[in-house]
Design a protein around this ligand. Structure first.
Ligand code: GDP
Length: 365
């Protein structure tokens, strides 16, 4: 499964945020606690469309789709040189598919800051520097090898060398690989290099509790946003401490709490949604049986591949995907009305599944 890794300097609120995630996840009915790594927190992906589908096509229960956050502890200055838990830290980041980078944007004299003052940009740069140095190391090693082969005019090596020549100077001036533009062929080569700074990043500004009703107005928020924009990354403002408190409330109280704060959605829900998109994930639905259910697929998947998310037999024996988009069901109000309006589609094996599709798979067993 794809996972987003939570990173950040010590004392910025990572554990607090991760606790909020685990507590929210602990409420999930079918959660196999015992078999899960303590560094992995499973969350449900909030999706209001499930309730609407269930209202129109009633089922016994609603099942949300889930995904994972991984808590990655222990970055310190010098990690790329193997200091502290440095190597292990970098290795753990290499395993994740996207990075959720938590930065401290709250002032609190009782909470020590590792470098003595709250300065989110400096904090971000400290971590990005460690990741960049580790990447430069990998690129230099690779460069030496590929350059030799490229001299023989080997096509693949020549193409890779060109990519390395583009990446190396950027890393040397501290630019992350994700801020560079690549065409499709180059993109493929970049993926094969498994670089840390090529992973998509979401910055989480851990803001003061009193700012949670208007995160964009919080101190440091705009500064972080401007920084993130240079690398095509997004920012979310969250109060980790408040999210941990919210996650402990019973469902009914949670809504009241949020309303009192003047927000429609918890910061955690915003974070889950943004991370889900960051990972290139999307949702299709099944309905009409005992469950109204959401399923996660990777954007770009074909109908048989999406069928395989449910069961490998569905993929192997795929015939057709009977498909209705959520927007159409929502608009017409029933499957019957959707059919009458000509919006019911029979999709074949080359169809690329779209976010919001409600699908019934036809397959051979
Ligand atoms: P980590 O080292 O990044 O995992 O940081 P922790 O989650 O352990 O948080 C460090 C300290 O900051 C703890 O004492 C938290 O209670 C406190 N803290 C975390 N988030 C907030 C916040 O939003 N506001 C305030 N005032 N304190 C926070």
């Amino acid at each position: 499964a794809l996972t987003a890794g939570i990173v950040g300097l010590p004392n910025v609120g990572k554990s607090t945020l991760f606790n909020a995630i685990t507590k929210a996840g602990a409420e999930m009915a079918n959660y196999p606690f015992a078999t899960i790594d303590p560094n992995v927190g499973m969350v449900e992906v909030p999706d209001h469309r499930l309730q609407r589908i269930d209202e129109l096509i009633p089922a016994k229960k609603i099942v949300h789709t889930t995904f994972e956050f991984t808590d990655i502890a222990g970055i310190v200055k010098g990690a790329s040189k193997g200091e502290g838990l440095g190597n292990k830290f970098l290795e753990n980041i290499r395993q994740v598919d996207a990075i959720v980078h938590v930065v401290r944007a709250f002032e609190d004299p009782n909470v020590t800051h590792v470098s003595g003052k709250v300065d989110p940009i400096e904090d971000i740069e400290t971590i990005n520097l460690e990741l960049g140095i580790a990447d430069l190391d990998s690129v230099n090693k690779r460069y030496a090898k590929v350059e030799k082969v490229a001299r023989t005019k080997d096509k693949a090596a020549v193409a890779e060398l060109a990519v390395l020549q583009k990446i190396k100077p950027a890393l040397e001036v501290g630019q992350p690989v994700r801020s560079l533009e690549f065409d499709e062929a180059e993109e493929k080569i970049v993926r094969g290099l498994f670089l840390l700074t090529s992973k998509p990043v979401l910055y989480v500004a851990n803001i003061a509790e009193e700012d949670m009703s208007d995160p964009a107005a919080a101190k440091y928020y705009q500064q972080i946003r401007d920084f993130a924009a240079q690398e095509n990354a997004e920012v979310i403002g969250i109060s980790a401490k408040t999210e941990e408190e919210i996650a402990e409330l019973p469902d009914s109280d949670r809504q009241d709490f949020l309303e009192a704060e003047g927000v429609t959605e918890s910061g955690l829900d915003r974070l889950i949604r943004a991370s889900y998109h960051l990972l290139g994930l999307a949702t299709f639905f099944t309905a009409g049986g005992p469950e109204t259910r959401a399923w996660t697929f990777k954007q770009g998947m074909t109908a048989p591949q999406a069928a395989g998310v449910i069961h490998s037999d569905f993929e192997r024996g795929f015939i057709k995907a009977e498909t209705v988009s959520f927007a159409d069901l929502d608009q017409y109000g029933s499957m019957q009305a959707v059919k009458e309006a000509g919006k019911y589609r029979l999709e074949g094996k080359d169809y690329q599944v779209q976010d919001g599709d409600i699908i019934e798979f036809r397959f051979n067993v």
